[in-house]
Design a binder for this molecule. Structure first.
Ligand code: HPA
Ligand code: ZN
Length: 334
């Protein structure tokens, strides 16, 4: 349709995609075979189709995270990580993405005996290739995991600082993700205070399954952007502040539907955010698991909200303005 063509052609920035969330059932089986890895003894892993079927019925964030962390076991070599990133960038390019800020989770790989360097070298090779061959600008964002002990995150943070990856422009920012409700809201307070003092860009998953207080805590400890953030509508005062301070929410509508955070895409507060002047971008989160890359998310929003061309231009412009890139790159994207 005409609007689909318009959305396809709209220059897009992605701010919320986990590279490990781009591991499709097909690639999972391919890499398992390439690396001689036995997949988990779970009927969900009986075949590519069985795994695809299981992905059709996640009951919660933690139900999804179980498969997300299990499937990662097929990633072993630098090449595996580079191939996974490349698979994402090819799809992003087809969807009209010009700039992508991508998350990755070193801790789970380290727990399985893969070194920090292997993970970073592989993913950053994928990013470099996307810049060179597709002209997509990229930002690699390291995520700390909320389901693991703080000590594990502290160790990774020390490794990150010692690596010089931030100064070298290999890793551009830090985030946190994984289980929201349960672990302490402010568990990475010390890491974020230290990183903020070094002017490292900070984001945080908050207000996905958790209530608005997870968002206020994330902001209090230094997050400058909020991943998901849909439960911001529970707190009108906080919503006003987020609008006033131009804090970007990286919203993932299809993810919210698939993880049963909302009953329909129409329940994602897109219209309320637009009306309140809250800046947000529309993103894919874990496209291999949720069945939609960024364009699928744009189209799902259009079907649910029937936005005007002007509203789409505002969304696209905000997503450029709030990207973690220099003004010269913003000017190219606008
Ligand atoms: N929320 C929290 N952690 C995650 C997600 C998510 O949507 N995707 C991958 N890790
Ligand atoms: Zn996410």
């Amino acid at each position: 349709s005409k609007i689909h063509e318009f959305l396809q052609g709209l220059p897009k920035c992605e701010h919320h995609v986990h590279l490990e969330g781009c591991l499709t059932p097909e690639l999972t089986f391919q890499l398992a075979s390439r690396n001689g890895i036995t997949l988990p003894d779970d009927p969900a892993y009986a075949s590519v189709d069985a795994l695809k079927n299981r992905f059709e019925r996640f009951t919660s964030l933690d139900d999804f995270l179980h498969y997300y962390f299990e499937s990662m076991a097929v990633l072993r070599s630098e090449q595996d990580f580079a191939d996974l990133a490349w698979a994402y960038f090819l799809q992003a390019d087809a969807d009209g993405v010009h700039h992508a800020e991508v998350f990755f989770d070193p801790q789970v790989h380290q727990e399985r005996g893969i070194s920090y360097e292997t993970v970073v070298n592989g993913f950053s090779a994928g990013c470099k290739r996307a810049e060179q061959e597709l002209g997509i600008s990229t930002r690699l964002i390291l995520c700390f995991l909320r389901h693991l002990p703080v000590a594990s995150a502290n160790e990774l943070y020390d490794q990150f600082l010692a690596s010089g990856h931030y100064e070298a422009g290999v890793i551009h920012g830090l985030g946190w993700s994984s289980s929201e409700v349960g672990p302490p809201k402010d568990m990475f307070r010390d890491i974020y205070a230290s990183a903020a003092a070094k002017k490292i860009p900070l984001t945080a998953h908050a207000g996905e399954e958790g209530d608005a207080s997870y968002i206020s805590t994330a902001l209090e400890v230094g997050a400058q952007r909020i991943d998901h953030g849909i439960n911001l509508i529970q707190d009108p005062q906080l919503m006003q502040r987020v609008a006033k301070e131009s804090i970007l929410l990286s919203v993932c509508p299809v993810s919210n539907l698939k993880l049963q955070c909302v009953k329909s895409i129409a329940e994602v507060p897109i219209r309320k955010f637009l009306e309140a002047g809250v800046k947000f971008s529309i993103n894919s989160d874990d496209p291999a698991y949720f069945g939609a890359y960024i364009l699928g998310n744009y189209c799902a929003v259009q079907e649910a909200f029937n936005l005007s061309v002007l509203e789409w231009r505002i969304i696209a412009e905000n997503s450029v303005q709030e990207s973690w890139i220099p003004n010269e790159r913003k000017a190219e994207l606008l």
